[in-house]
Design a protein around this ligand. Structure first.
Ligand SMILES: NC(=O)c1ccc[n+]([C@@H]2O[C@H](COP(=O)([O-])OP(=O)(O)OC[C@H]3O[C@@H](n4cnc5c(N)ncnc54)[C@H](OP(=O)(O)O)[C@@H]3O)[C@@H](O)[C@H]2O)c1
Length: 281
C-alpha cells in the first residue's frame, strides 16, 4: 500500500516543522509549504524524498491554486494541516487597517483558500474509500480574548466559525474537520509578533503610546513568558498527528494546561469573565 499523504502549511519553523518531522517518522509522504529558498533547502537536507516542498504563500491566490493542482495531480490526499499563521499585536484603536487586514488574510482567509485548493485531492481519498481530514490550527485565543491581540483574536475566533461550518458542510462527504486550540507553545511566533508590534508602535503618536503603555508592557511580558515557558512544538505536533490518525477524532482538541484553564474561564458568566480579562489601566 502506498504511504499516506499529508499537506502541512507553514512548515519552516515551530508547530508546522514539528508536524512534518513526526509525519515523516511515521512513514507518511508529506507536502510541506515554505516561502524561501533557505527553508526549502533545510527541508530537503532534513527529510530528503519523504518531503515534497510546496512554495506557497497562503495570501497569494496563484501560489495556492498551483499547489492545489500539483497535490491533486499526484493522487489522493489524506490530511491537510492548516497551520500557517502570524500574530500581529497592537491596540485596536491604532492598528493600521492594512495590518489588521493582513492578520485576517493569513490566519483566516488563507486557511479557507488552501482548504478550497486541497479539497479535490481530499475528495480523491474519499472516493477510494480512504480517510480524509482537515486540521485547522486555531488557538485558545479563539475562545478568550486579551488586550493588544485583537487582530489575532478576530482571526482565531473567526476560524472557529469557519471550522464549524466546514465540519457541517463536509460531514455528508465523510471529510472530518478538526480544530486544534493550543495554549502557549514555544515557537518563533512570539519573537516575530514582538517585531511586528515594534513596527506598528513606531507609527503611533507618543500620547497614544503613553495611554496604552501598561497594556503594551503587559502583553510584552506575557509574550516573553510564553516564548520561554510554552510547551515544546513536538508536544503540539503529537496531538495534531493524533487528530490526523486516530480512528474517531474529537472535533476539537485543546493543547496545554493553560489552554484548559482558559477554556474554563471562557465558560464563566459574561460579567465575571470580562471583569477578569479587562485591562486594569
Ligand atoms: N506558538 C503558540 O503559542 C501558538 C498558540 C496557539 C496557536 N498557534 C498557531 O499555530 C500556528 C503555527 O504557529 P507557530 O507558533 O508554529 O509559529 P511560527 O513558528 O512562527 O510558524 C508560522 C509558520 O507560518 C508560516 N507563514 C506565515 N505567514 C505565511 C503566509 N502568508 N503564507 C504561508 N506561510 C506563512 C511561516 O512561514 P515563514 O517562516 O515563511 O514566515 C511559518 O512557517 C499558527 O496558526 C498559530 O496561530 C500558535
Amino acid at each position: 500500500m502506498s504511504p499516506r499523504s499529508y499537506v502541512v502549511t507553514g512548515a519552516s519553523t515551530g508547530i508546522g516543522q514539528a508536524c512534518v518531522a513526526q509525519l515523516v517518522a511515521a512513514g507518511a509522504q508529506v507536502w510541506a509549504s515554505v516561502r524561501s529558498d533557505k527553508d526549502e533547502a533545510a527541508l530537503g537536507r532534513e527529510h530528503g524524498d519523504a518531503v515534497t516542498v510546496l512554495r506557497l504563500d497562503v495570501t497569494d491566490a496563484e501560489s495556492v491554486r498551483a499547489a492545489g493542482e500539483r497535490v491533486t495531480a499526484a493522487g489522493p490526499l489524506h490530511g491537510l494541516v492548516n497551520n500557517a499563521g502570524v500574530a500581529l499585536p497592537a491596540p485596536l484603536e491604532h492598528i493600521p487597517i492594512e495590518v489588521f487586514r493582513r492578520q485576517l488574510e493569513v490566519n483566516l482567509i488563507g486557511q479557507l483558500a488552501v482548504t478550497q485548493a486541497m479539497l479535490p485531492a481530499l475528495r480523491k481519498a474519499r472516493e477510494q474509500g480512504m480517510d480524509a481530514r482537515i486540521v485547522m490550527i486555531g488557538s485558545i485565543g479563539g475562545r478568550i480574548a486579551a488586550p493588544m491581540l485583537g487582530a489575532y483574536h478576530a482571526s482565531k475566533f473567526g476560524l472557529v466559525g469557519l471550522a464549524d461550518t466546514l465540519r457541517a458542510e463536509l460531514a455528508p462527504s465523510g471529510i472530518r474537520v478538526i480544530l486544534i486550540e493550543p495554549g502557549a507553545i514555544a515557537t518563533p511566533i512570539w519573537g516575530r509578533g514582538a517585531d511586528a508590534a515594534a513596527e506598528v508602535m513606531a507609527g503611533i503618536s507618543p500620547s497614544a503610546l503613553e495611554r496604552y503603555s501598561a497594556q503594551i508592557a503587559g502583553a510584552q511580558k506575557g509574550a516573553a513568558r510564553s516564548a520561554k515557558r510554552g510547551l515544546p512544538p513536538p508536544r503540539a505536533a503529537q496531538l495534531i498527528i493524533k487528530a490526523l490518525t486516530v480512528a474517531n477524532p474529537r472535533p476539537r482538541y485543546l493543547i496545554g494546561s493553560d489552554a484548559h484553564t482558559a477554556a474554563v474561564v471562557a465558560q464563566l458568566p459574561h460579567r465575571l469573565r470580562y471583569r477578569l480579562t479587562a485591562a486594569r489601566r
